[in-house]
Design a protein around this ligand. Structure first.
Ligand code: C5P
Length: 306
């Protein structure tokens, strides 16, 4: 059973105060983009994870991998007495710890794949409840499209959005730890003594721009409260963002907790031009193009053998 699952970007990431459980209240606008991992699960003697592709060597293959936790969580939720063993093969194109929710995507794909393999028949809503316990971004990887996330990001409502959006994605060398970026955000805010951090609010201008379907309207409304923290941990990101602006991106931002930088283009050809220019500028490890919104985790139909 093979499932294809997209990366996410946050068009808005508004971060509020720390909650009693240690998470930050957020309001975020997610968009799923056409950069995919593929996860195949098959029955096996013992559960094991095999990773290939982007960053394969640095992806944990033990029980700390979110995909492995997804298997356990689904088995428990569906009351399976003996935990059925599966081999999980993850083909990665989404880089690790990049602010693109790659690990969350793999967990979401594993939930969908095991739900099919075991014929447990849970609905997407039921899978979302299990997903929320695995991580804040896991439910969105199931749903895809464009959605507003509240709570710690896991409480989703569909967003009215028109058009499609073409991005150049600049990958940095190495990743950033999400908890460290959130903690740095808190430290920067304390140092600026901004007083009480307000509750996060959905951006009306961004939602209006999304309804218009115009990338040039959306570009100036992109906002990420974690960007200053990501830049303070990786100052070289500033150069990448400046280069994107100089090459005519209609919007630039750090993706989630970083360090991937996002450049919104006017159309597909512009995104390719941006990717070529940014590659030539030699300011990041690699650049790719992707477009959104795309659907969430979905079973790949069995390819007919020839
Ligand atoms: O939910 P997830 O496991 O992906 O979160 C990873 C870490 O990111 C959390 O342990 C927390 O430190 C931080 N986080 C946060 N507030 C959120 C989401 C994540 O502080 N809304």
């Amino acid at each position: 059973m093979t499932v294809r699952v997209p990366a996410k970007v946050n068009l808005q990431l508004a971060v509020g105060p720390v909650r009693p459980d240690g998470y930050h209240g957020v309001v975020t606008v997610y968009q799923a983009v056409s950069l995919y991992d593929e996860v195949t699960v098959r029955p096996a003697e013992r559960t094991r994870i095999v990773v290939s592709g982007e960053d394969a060597a640095s992806v944990p293959t033990g029980p700390t991998n979110l995909a492995s936790k997804a298997v356990t969580a689904l088995a428990r939720a569906t009351g399976q007495r003996a935990r059925p063993a599966v081999q999980i093969e993850i083909r990665k194109r989404i880089p690790m710890a990049a602010g693109l929710a790659g690990g969350s995507a793999d967990a979401a794909a594993t939930l969908v794949a095991c739900n099919e393999l075991w014929r447990t028949g849970l609905t997407q809503q039921e899978l979302c409840q299990i997903a929320a316990r695995l991580g804040s971004d896991v439910p969105f990887a199931l749903v895809g499209g464009t959605a507003v996330g509240r709570g710690r990001g896991e409480l989703l409502t569909a967003a009215l959005a028109a058009g499609s959006y073409h991005w150049a994605l600049a990958f940095a060398s190495g990743g950033l730890s999400t908890p460290e970026v959130y903690a740095t955000c808190d430290r920067l805010r304390a140092a600026r003594s901004v007083g009480e951090v307000p509750e996060p609010q959905l951006s009306g201008p961004l939602m209006a721009a999304l309804r218009s379907g115009s990338p040039t309207a959306v570009g100036p409304e992109l906002v990420n409260d974690l960007q200053p923290a990501a830049i303070s941990l990786r100052p070289e990101l500033r150069r990448a963002l400046t280069a994107g602006r100089a090459h005519g991106a209609v919007g630039v931002m750090v993706s989630g907790s970083g360090p991937t930088c996002l450049f919104l283009a006017g159309d597909a050809a512009h995104a390719r031009d941006l990717a070529v220019s940014l590659t030539g500028a030699g300011i990041c490890r690699a650049v790719t193009v992707a477009s959104g919104p795309v659907p969430g985790a979905a079973v790949v139909p069995v390819r007919e053998s020839v």
